[in-house]
Design a protein around this ligand. Structure first.
Ligand SMILES: Nc1ncnc2c1ncn2[C@@H]1O[C@H](COP(=O)(O)OP(=O)(O)OP(=O)(O)O)[C@@H](O)[C@H]1O
Length: 394
């Protein structure tokens, strides 16, 4: 998709610079590479430098309506469907996550009044964070590469996931049982807590990200150090996970995803519509993501695509230290998915429930999970066009 048809060259590109991301080199990268490139291309921009955690979230919550109204004025249009707002992010996935949540928080109230309100938000992600999962999954190799892709104008959808918890009303669905998985609980009973663009994780991955914050000065190595520490003290995380479908599972013998077989299916069509799969845990490692790579050289869900409607679910249940080390070692290239102890699914909805509570890592933030059915958490890919506004220069 090219931007040339609908963007307004006089409206400034918003450049959001997180000076704290990665090894704190964002400012330098901006001054030496990004700004000269934008100046050379005569692209006007407005710089927003974040000053603290949560700044980008608050900024976009408070200012998105005004920014879009200024953009509409500059385009002399009344149709919000024509609006394309470009945001260049010098930061990592956490900064993109804050902006997405800020924009959607700002637009929520407009939707009651105006069902047609669907601007497009185009991100240019300049990888100056640590993991840079979005940029790495797109194959972006450097700051210059990201700028070149911005200037070439090709974009693709950046599908958003929701993370929801149950509301306070008493449950109407049957409680979970190992022998018979529950039906998905109707969406009206769920409250969206957060929007997420990269990864939701539980178990070792969540523990690794949680502790890696303390090793920020090490750059990318902070994840390796934290992972090694958590593998040395490896825990199994009690939970049950239900996948709702249709569901596909990667089959290493053919190198493809296949519909999850069911004992009762009488035809391939029926098998393709398997609607649920119950995983009893305990979990060593669980990722629910739309990105193929979490960081350069780490490709846990190699078939994930930011632009499609699938959740990629990587699941390792109840394995020991050596097996986990082997699996993570092979995940550098993506070869781990051929290991029989790794379950790799595609699903539409994932629900997780823990007996004693725990924490879900949501794009680097941490959502506490309550114990039992009332703490059940649900992840799904958004199909609502009023939420699915985001695109990324690819
Ligand atoms: N000026 C600031 N000082 C301190 N923290 C900030 C500042 N601006 C933003 N932050 C916070 O920095 C954190 C890290 O940002 P971000 O996630 O983009 O980088 P990263 O963690 O290095 O990269 P990645 O998420 O790709 O691994 C975010 O939680 C963000 O809220």
């Amino acid at each position: 998709m090219s931007l040339l048809a609908t963007s307004d060259s006089s409206f400034p590109l918003l450049v959001v610079l997180n000076p704290h991301a990665g090894r704190k080199q964002g400012r330098e990268q901006f001054t030496t590479i990004v700004k000269p490139a934008l100046d050379k291309a005569e692209i006007p921009f407005r710089l927003i430098e974040t000053t603290a955690k949560g700044h980008a979230l608050t900024y976009f919550k408070e200012n998105t309506q005004r920014i879009l109204s200024d953009l509409a004025q500059s385009l002399a249009t009344t149709s919000t469907k024509d609006l394309i707002l470009q945001i260049m992010v010098l930061g990592g996935d956490g900064t993109v996550h804050e902006i997405v949540n800020g924009v959607l928080g700002a637009l929520k109230c407009l939707y009651h009044a105006q069902s047609e309100f669907q601007p497009k938000i185009m991100f240019s992600v300049i990888p100056t964070g640590t993991g840079n999962s979005i940029a790495t999954s797109l194959g972006i190799k450097s700051v210059q590469d990201a700028i070149d892709r911005y200037l070439s104008g090709n974009t693709q959808a950046l599908r958003v996931m929701t993370v929801s918890t149950r509301d306070e009303r008493p449950p109407t669905a049957p409680s979970v049982s190992v022998s018979s998985p529950p039906s998905p609980v109707p969406f009206q009973e769920w409250n969206v807590q957060l929007y997420t663009v990269v990864v939701n994780s539980f178990g070792l991955h969540a523990a690794t990200v949680y502790e890696a914050e303390g090793f920020r000065s090490l750059g990318n190595d902070r994840f390796k150090l934290s992972a090694l520490k958590n593998i040395a003290l490896l825990q199994q995380y009690s939970a049950t996970v239900d996948l709702y479908g249709p569901i596909q599972r990667y089959d290493g013998t053919v190198g493809e995803f296949e519909a999850v077989p069911t004992a009762n299916a009488t035809s391939p069509e029926e098998a393709a519509n398997v609607l649920s799969r119950h995983l009893p845990g305990p979990f060593t490692y669980l990722l629910i993501t739309k990105q193929a790579s979490m960081e350069p050289g780490f490709k846990p869900t190699p078939f994930a695509r930011a632009s499609d409607e699938w959740l990629d679910v990587l699941c390792v249940q109840n394995v020991g230290r050596l097996t986990m080390l082997k699996i993570l070692g092979e995940a550098k290239s993506g070869a781990h998915i051929d290991d029989w102890r790794v379950q790799y699914f595609k699903a539409k909805v994932v629900e997780l429930e823990t007996p004693q509570g725990g924490r879900l890592c949501v794009d680097g933030e941490f959502l506490p999970i309550g114990a039992g059915l009332s703490g059940r958490v649900r992840v799904e890919v958004v199909s609502d066009p009023q939420v699915q506004l985001f695109h990324v220069f690819a």
